[in-house]
Design a protein around this ligand. Sequence first.
Ligand code: ZN
Length: 110
Amino acid sequence: VRAVTRTISESEWRAEGAKRFGEDTSKWRFVCPVCRHVATPADWRAVKAPDNAIAFSCVGRWMPNAAEAFRKIHKGPCNYAGGGLFRLNPVVVESGDVRHEMFEFAEAVR
Ligand SMILES: [Zn+2]
């Protein structure tokens, strides 16, 4: 199973985010690939998640009573970790030689 659906450059990714949500990155919206919970970078920061967890691991990892990823989830957020055994982040953002596996943006481009 390949989770990755597309690979884009960092500049393309930044342009797309700005087009969807505006220049303020704290308001960009990302969807967890496991529980479909939608969160913004401000939400990750509010629960004191590290910056490298933003749009990479579900915000639920830093919240009490988050749903167990890969169990029957009725409502997110969950405890999915982007760097764990199951790597399901769908968007690869290439920044020089570095590849970041990211959550997808929450809404489709108009
Ligand atoms: Zn989740």
